[in-house]
Design a protein around this ligand. Structure first.
Ligand SMILES: *Cc1c(COP(=O)(O)O)cnc(C)c1O
Length: 380
């Protein structure tokens, strides 16, 4: 195994003692004390009307599709360069993902190509804040409003990130966070649905509780609980919530540490950019990012496989991701490409992601940068 893995989850302090407390409280299913305190903390941090913990970000995205009652004949605009769940959540309901190209600088959906993808069937725009850098939300909000479309945020990677000072996840009608092992704050598998319109809160609670009004019953708002609508079990278990609470309590410190490491990479790799080997990430002035990821775009995508092998030989585990959804087998069958998606295809072949986790040392980041420099120069 590489001495510097791509990712390594780490404890911030009270994860294990929280789990002990949850166990001793004797209620391990969803919506226990730690779940509630995670939700209050997220509501406070994001400024959303309600936050509901889910067992994954995928589940939160699926809830969005259910809450909007999307189905066959409906279209949802999204980038092709994203994780499969962004599309699957809607395809599962029979709706059609419509793939739009990304911007060369941020790898976020290209806001200038959204309007031409809108048809009479379009119901929603689901943006993805790639690497915790915000999409151009002012322009996208205007487009959504002008066409009467629901604006959704796949903010899986975007906890603690902002756009013009507004927390990501608070801008659309719904937002979704992921607490998967690879994300900035984690409980292994977990997520949250962020609700920004109070009118959606009760329906969301019901859908998350197997289609029942059990949440209202537990609050004393109704005197028995019954089946009210379609739904599923989207709750996060209390042991995972106990772990998550510790991470959320320290999410500012986690973000600060990640930003320090990100800045080291950014400084160390500047000469390689100047020499034409690669491009570093762009963070527009409107965006407060969370250092979710440090990626580079190789000037010569043909070098990627050998660079990864050389890095591995130096003890560094670097990875790439996202076969663009429009070019995947399911994407072609279940979705539709709105435009040529040239940028998407280009960046998907050129991207390389470097290790970034809080317990990495500054020296580790320098080691990775030097190994990358050696690998690129050797290849050239
Ligand atoms: C990680 C991720 C997801 C899925 O999150 P899970 O919690 O694993 O379901 C969805 N969308 C994006 C953009 C992601 O990065």
């Amino acid at each position: 195994m590489a001495q510097i893995p791509f990712n390594k989850p780490s404890l911030t302090g009270s994860e294990l003692s929280n789990i002990q407390v949850a166990y001793e409280a004797g209620m391990l299913s969803g919506d226990g004390a730690f779940s509630k305190s995670c939700e209050r903390l997220l509501e406070h941090r994001v400024g959303c009307d309600r936050a509901l913990l889910t067992h994954s970000c995928t589940a939160a995205l699926e809830m969005m599709a259910l809450l909007l009652e999307l189905g066959p004949g409906d279209e949802v605009i999204m980038p092709s360069y994203t994780f499969v769940s962004t599309a699957n959540a809607f395809a599962m309901r029979g709706a059609t993902p419509v793939f739009v190209d990304v911007r060369e600088d941020t790898l976020n959906i290209d806001e200038s190509k959204i309007e031409q993808a809108i048809t009479s069937k379009t119901k929603a725009i689901c943006v993805v804040h790639y690497a915790g850098v915000a999409c151009e939300m002012d322009r996208i909000e205007r487009i959504a409003r002008a066409h009467g479309l629901a604006l959704l945020e796949d903010a899986a990677q975007a906890i603690c990130a902002t756009y013009l000072g507004r927390p990501l996840g608070s801008i659309g009608r719904f937002g979704a966070f992921s607490f998967h092992e690879t994300k900035n704050a984690t409980c292994g598998e977990g997520g949250a649905l962020l609700i920004n319109d109070s009118a959606d809160a009760i329906a969301a609670e019901i859908m998350r509780e197997k289609g029942t009004d059990r949440s209202q019953f537990l609050r004393g708002a109704v005197d028995k609980y019954t089946w009210r609508s379609i739904g599923s079990s989207f709750l996060l278990g209390e042991l995972a919530a106990a772990f998550l609470k510790a991470q959320l309590d320290h999410v500012e410190a986690i973000t600060r540490r990640r930003l320090e490491l990100w800045d080291i990479y950014n400084r160390q790799l500047a000469p390689l950019e100047a020499a034409g080997y690669l491009k570093r990430p762009t963070v527009p002035a409107e965006c407060g990012h969370n250092a979710h990821m440090f990626y580079i775009l190789l000037a010569d995508p043909g070098a990627r496989a050998e660079v990864i092998t050389r890095l591995e030989e130096s003890g560094v585990n670097a990875v790439f991701h996202y076969v663009p959804l429009h070019s995947s087998e399911a994407g072609q069958r279940l979705g539709r490409a709105a435009d040529g998606l040239e940028v998407t295809d280009r960046v998907a072949n050129a991207i390389l992601r470097l290790p970034l986790w809080t317990a990495m040392t500054n020296e580790d980041a320098v080691t990775v940068s030097e190994a990358l420099s050696a690998a690129l120069k050797h290849y050239a």
